[in-house]
Every structure is written in C-alpha cells, then in structure tokens.
Design a protein around this ligand. Structure first.
Ligand SMILES: C[S@@+](CC[C@H](N)C(=O)[O-])C[C@H]1O[C@@H](n2cnc3c(N)ncnc32)[C@H](O)[C@@H]1O
Length: 365
C-alpha cells in the first residue's frame, strides 16, 4: 500500500516537471569568461591555485593578475570576494576585462536587442574581414558577418558606453573563436575549411555586484607594478618565444579595428611591435628580475610548467625553474607546489609527466 502511494506521488511530480518544462520559456545560453580557447589558460588549474592561496596566504583581500590572458584567474578570486587588478598587453583581452570586471552600468535590454539583431544579419557585400580572412580562417559568410558586425559596433560608438562597446566586441571575439578554422590560435588556419557552423554571439553573464573595487589596465606589467599595490600578485608570463600578439593577431586586429595592411599567409598585421613581449625573448630573465624587485605586496605567486627546458628553440623555456626560485628568494622565502596536468597544446603531441608548478614567495624584504 505504501509503495503504491509512493509511486503515485512520484508520477505526479514527474508530470508536474514535464509541464513546467513545456511552459517555461527556453532559457537563452549565456556567455561565460572561460568559453574561449587560449594558450596557457589556467582554467583547469583554478582549484589548485585557489587552494594554495587559501591554505598558505592569510588575509588576502586584493589580487593583481598582471598577465591576465583570459582573466579566468582574476575571475575566480573576484568570485571569492576579493578586489582584483587585471591587466594584459593585448587590447582584445583588455576589452574582455571591461566586460567581465568593469563597473560602468550596462543597459542589458539594449545589448540583448543588438546581439539578437547581429545574429539575424545576412550581409552580402564584401568587407575588410571577408576579403582578408574569408575562405581560410572563416567561411566567406561568417567572415562577411564578422566584418559587418564590427563596423556596425564602430558606427554606434556614440550611442554606447565604453563598457557596452567593449562587451559587444568581446561577444563577437568569443563567437569568432567558436567558428574559426584553427586549432585554437591564429598562427595558421587549417588547410581544410570544415568549420561551417554559423557565427552566433551570446550575451555575457555579468556579476556586476562583485566589481566595485576592481581595476583594469592594458600596460606592460613591468611598468604597471611600479604604480599599484595588492596583497597577492599572480604572475603567469609567457614562458617561451611564442608571442601572444602573433598567436592572437586576428582577434587583436578586430578589437583595434584600424584595418591595417597585412602580411604573409597568416595575414598578420605588419606592425605588431606594440604587442611584443620581452618575456618571449632573451630578455625574459632580466625582465622577470625587474618585475619581482618592483612588486609591492605580501605574496607573489608564480605559475610555471615543466614542459620545456630552458634553451634556444621556439618552444624552450626562456627562464629556468632555478632562476625563478633564485629571483623570488631575493624578496622572501619560497614554497613550491606541483600538480600533474594535461594542458591545451593547440593540436601538438601530449607530453607525459607534465607538471604545473606554483612558486609562492612570502615577501619579507
Ligand atoms: C600564459 S598567458 C596568461 C594566461 C592566463 N593566466 C589565463 O589563465 O588565461 C600570458 C599573458 O601575458 C600577456 N603578456 C605578455 N607580456 C606581457 C607584458 N609585458 N605585460 C602584460 N602582459 C603581458 C600575454 O598577452 C598573455 O595573455
């Protein structure tokens, strides 16, 4: 008898749920900060990083992520209630930070309407993007759409706040990544154009209530550290000769929208001098020394991995593990934490025994 009653109850609940599913409007998928491919993204290491900080760094209420990349590390600390300072030399990343970490008010109704209209557009004329990147990095149709949408955003500059404009460009850049005929960066496109999905922009999921105390920069980290203070500095430099400004030139081109002259098969901007990093050159160790000596904070947390030995090859590390420890020890005692990790290597062979390493320096001098 009891079993019968129980079964009946379950039946009703299931029916009720089915009805709710039918009656509720389809929930539109929201864009999240980690919905993009990025070389060296620490998204899968967030728990590791967060645990090391929680267990070893008492009284941290502000974190500076000064080689921010996607911004996922700053995002984790922001969601843990800390104020964040986030910075990168790439303009495309800076625009993403305004979106995710900014405090300027957003008219979300206006944004939803514009994104809806952008997704419906079907431009037929050629433009800068379709001429240069159509049929290679993107289908001709998607390339026309990207160029058209980016131009529309530019034309609307006067009707948009800085942050609204940044948000629309960020939404476009994330959508491009989803339909790009690449292995995750723009050093090259794949020979066969088989990424045929339609470009679709999404409305970002915002958590503005967390953003009041945040600061956002686009500066050389070595210059920036001379002017800011935070309890903890998270340092995640590029570690080999691969320039991020080369790997993400196309996104940078769309972000800046100066429609420059392009070179080579990969169609990179001729002048990329402003987005070259010393951390990808022979100057890496001296740049790191200078950076560490100018940090004004209680803790310095450095990310590194054992994928490459220091050397001269393109994928070889520019700074050795020993140099990192030696330089950090000029500021205080250093603890090392390791985690096995399978990284995003952009289609390259997987590396056995890959370890992601965190060096934690407690600053006392
Ligand atoms: C390893 S990635 C950071 C990845 C990031 N932690 C994440 O999880 O997405 C290194 C970043 O440093 C930036 N960068 C390189 N040199 C820089 C410099 N001198 N100042 C500021 N940012 C720099 C690059 O543009 C790149 O985004």
């Amino acid at each position: 008898m009891l079993i019968g009653q129980h079964t009946k109850e379950v039946d009703n609940t299931v029916k009720q749920r089915e009805c709710e599913q039918i009656l509720l409007p389809m929930k539109e998928e929201k864009l999240k900060i980690n919905n993009r491919r990025y070389l060296g993204s620490k998204y899968k290491l967030l728990d590791f990083i967060s645990n090391v900080v929680r267990e070893n760094c008492p009284q941290v209420s502000s974190v500076a992520d000064i080689f921010g990349g996607t911004g996922v590390v700053a995002d984790r600390f922001n969601k843990e209630g800390k104020n964040v300072i986030v910075n990168d030399i790439l303009y495309s990343n800076y625009l993403a930070y305004l979106t995710w970490f900014g405090k300027e008010e957003i008219n979300i109704g206006k944004i939803e309407k514009l994104i809806g209209e952008f997704n419906e557009c079907n431009p037929i004329g050629e433009n800068y993007v379709s001429i240069n990147f159509g049929g290679t990095y993107f289908t001709k149709h998607n390339a026309r759409k990207i160029g058209f949408i980016r131009e529309e955003i530019e034309k609307m500059s006067n009707e948009l706040s800085n942050r609204e404009k940044a948000l629309l460009i960020t939404s476009l850049i994330y959508a491009m990544d989803k339909v790009a005929n690449t292995v995750g960066h723009y050093d090259a496109y794949r020979r066969k154009l088989d990424t045929l999905n339609e470009l679709r922009l999404l409305v970002p999921e915002l958590n503005d209530e967390l953003n009041e105390g945040n600061e956002i920069y686009r500066e050389d980290a070595n210059e920036l550290v001379r002017t800011i203070r935070a309890d903890l500095f998270y340092i995640d430099t590029p570690y080999n000769s691969r320039q991020y400004g080369d790997a993400y030139h196309l996104l940078e081109n769309i972000a800046e929208w100066k429609k420059p002259e392009l070179v080579g098969v990969a169609k990179k901007m001729v002048d990329r001098s402003h987005i070259k990093s010393p951390y990808c050159t022979m100057k890496a160790t001296s740049a790191f020394k200078d950076l560490i000596s100018n940090i004004n904070g209680k803790y310095i947390l450095v990310s590194y991995n054992n994928m490459a030995q220091k050397g001269v090859g393109r994928s070889n590390a520019k700074i050795s593990s020993e140099e990192i420890v030696e330089i950090l020890e000029t500021r205080g005692p250093v603890k090392i934490f390791e985690k096995d990790f399978q990284p995003f290597t952009a289609g390259k062979t997987s590396i056995d025994d890959h370890k992601e390493i965190l060096y934690l320096c407690t600053v006392d001098r």
